[in-house]
Design a protein around this ligand. Sequence first.
Ligand code: HEM
Length: 445
Amino acid sequence: MSNQTKAGPISFLTELPANIWHSIFRNPLPDSDLGRSATSFTNFFLHIQPVKVHRHSLKLTYTWGLGLISLFLFLILSVTGVLLMFYYVPSTTQAYDRMLDLRGTVAFGIFLRNMHRWAAHGMVAVVFLHMCRVFLTGAYKRPREFNWIIGVGLFLLTMFSSFTGYLLPWDQLAFWAITVGTSIASYAPFVGNDVKFLLLGDTSVGQEALLRFYVLHVAVLPILVTLLIAVHFWRVRKDGGLSRPPEEDEVFPAATPEPVAMAPAAASAVVAVPAPAVKLGEKAQLEKKLYGIQGIVRGPFTKIGNVPDRSVFSWPNLVSLELLVFLITVAGVLIVSLYFNAPLEQPVNIMHPPNPAKAPWYFLGLQEMVSYSAFWGGVGIPTFEVLLLLLVPFLDRKPGGVGKWFARERLLANSLFMTFVILNIVLMIIGIFFRGPNWEFVSPW
Ligand code: HEM
């Protein structure tokens, strides 16, 4: 007879919360190393992370949490975006009215729109800063070249996601920004007009363009970003965790590995590996080396017993930091959304373009260059910049200076990169603040 039948319906009720809890969370809060490993291993969300993580990766001043903030902004955008989809209709006759409804009649509608808009701008900026951090710490070098390339893909997709969303409110700002933005594409030789037509589904911005931008914005681009983020994170694990200076991995004389009590399944996953040819002194040491089944990945900290233990358990060290970064990101977006409303101008009037008609801020550097030369500013230089970014890890093959900000060995690479960044930012600032009617220079003061 089961316990439940013995104890009757009262105990069924009293034990119900605990039984449900234990059916979801199989391990109690851990108080041992084995428990901390099991917490990461057996949780769907936590198992994405390694069981142990190097102390250097936890230094906030190394990553500034920028990759994580990018991820959390993308999550905020996905949640608020789905909620907005309940109200939005991608039709030139309804879109603007739906924006007014969000502002006037939908509970928290304006707040939802603000969160979506500011998180989108934030993501463009933070992903760019994350790219700068990766470059300035030399973290694109072997074996992380491919992850850098995935990152460049993510950067372009982030900009394009923000750009396609810009049109959806169907107000004057949106309409003319996209008109300017897409006309830049038409400066490409031979294919320019075809690319523009493919994007707009017409020769000018109208219903077809709105529908295309909508489908790209709510389905195609988010799916691509999700896929690339998954590969990006997988590569961070497979490349041996985050980059760090070599001295962080110096091998001290190995201590004999402590016998660890393991569950049978985990124990069978651990195999002794014959030592490779090494100097005599090291050989005895390496013969004791054990690898976990995950030892196929690069980097030293999946090896047991032969590395200085500069790693700590992800639970709770990494998880608590991630939670903190998540809370700060959400709080930041909430506060900005509380105080600043996303712009909504007059409904589209194709007879009255604003003067000047400006692209979204992250494309204003391009627009500024276009004002000097349509081809070079709109196509030549941007294509060259993207190619250069993609080739960065293959142009700079020197191994030194990884894992440190502004390392001496990387003075030339960092100076070139900073010149490139500053030039682009200066062009953007000119476009935002110093250009007035007919794209003449004006004083912002
Ligand atoms: C949606 C955009 C992106 C997301 C969500 C994202 C997320 C992350 C996260 C969470 C990390 C680990 C922690 C950190 O460094 O903060 C990381 C590392 C990395 N990311 Fe990104 N990233 C994105 C875009 C980019 C871009 C634009 C690049 C470069 C072009 C890039 C290149 C890298 C590289 C090479 C690493 C490994 C860094 C290291 O080992 O130190 N990522 N990314």
